[in-house]
Design a protein around this ligand. Structure first.
Ligand code: COA
Length: 169
């Protein structure tokens, strides 16, 4: 789909479930922080399939970030949800050893250009309250707080800070 800093972003499908599972195991820190549990086999397929109950037909894209043949990150997008031109970034996750070297900021820039090219006008996301470093990252990238939502994941309850940013035209 697009290339930046010599890394490639490609759309993932059901065949990529096991590779996604392995990435999520390497990112267990994030699953613990945001869901209060350990990663489990099948999480990759879940990520590929799950979508809001209210939007069974919304187009979902799960994108893999590759360094050569290695999957080093993943993003999850809903197109035109909840309104035309609004894209929802459900997840942006890079494996721990590759964080803090500028990949995330460059990836976001390239992703936003790509989404704008598809007709997107703004990008929304949610960051779990406990994820202070994540919130700092988005705030630094120009996202503004637009509200909070309480979520109940069985035994794990969380407050999600919702953020939004207009895309370059
Ligand atoms: C958020 C993330 C995609 C940014 O990618 P990155 O390549 O680390 O980003 P950059 O190098 O461009 O910027 C680094 C900043 O990211 C932020 N960050 C967010 N989560 C982080 C994490 N778990 N580890 C390290 N840095 C993180 C920090 O603010 C850091 O800045 P700092 O070093 O001044 O504290 C990546 O750190 C990540 O995958 N984090 C875990 C998942 C996550 O929190 N995703 C966002 C919520 S959906």
């Amino acid at each position: 789909m697009f290339v930046f800093l010599g890394l490639k972003v490609e759309r993932l499908g059901a065949d990529d479930g096991p590779e996604l599972d392995a990435l999520l195991v390497r990112c267990a820190d994030f699953i613990r922080l945001t869901e209060g549990r350990e990663p489990a086999a099948g999480d990759g397929l879940l990520l590929l399939d799950e979508r809001p109950e209210a939007a069974p037909d919304v187009e979902k894209l799960v994108l893999g970030l590759y360094d050569g043949p290695c999957l080093i990150g993943v993003m999850d997008l809903l197109k035109d949800y909840p309104a035309a031109g609004v894209w929802q970034l459900g997840l942006m996750l890079i494996e721990p050893e590759r964080r803090r070297s500028g990949i995330g900021a460059s990836l976001l820039g390239a992703l936003e250009d790509w989404i704008a090219g598809q007709g997107g006008r703004s990008l929304r996301l949610g960051v779990v309250e406990q994820n202070a470093a994540g919130h700092r990252f988005w705030a630094r990238e120009g996202f503004r707080d637009i509200g909070t939502v309480e979520q109940d994941l069985g035994p794990f309850r969380r407050t999600v800070l919702r953020m939004e940013r207009a895309l370059p035209i």
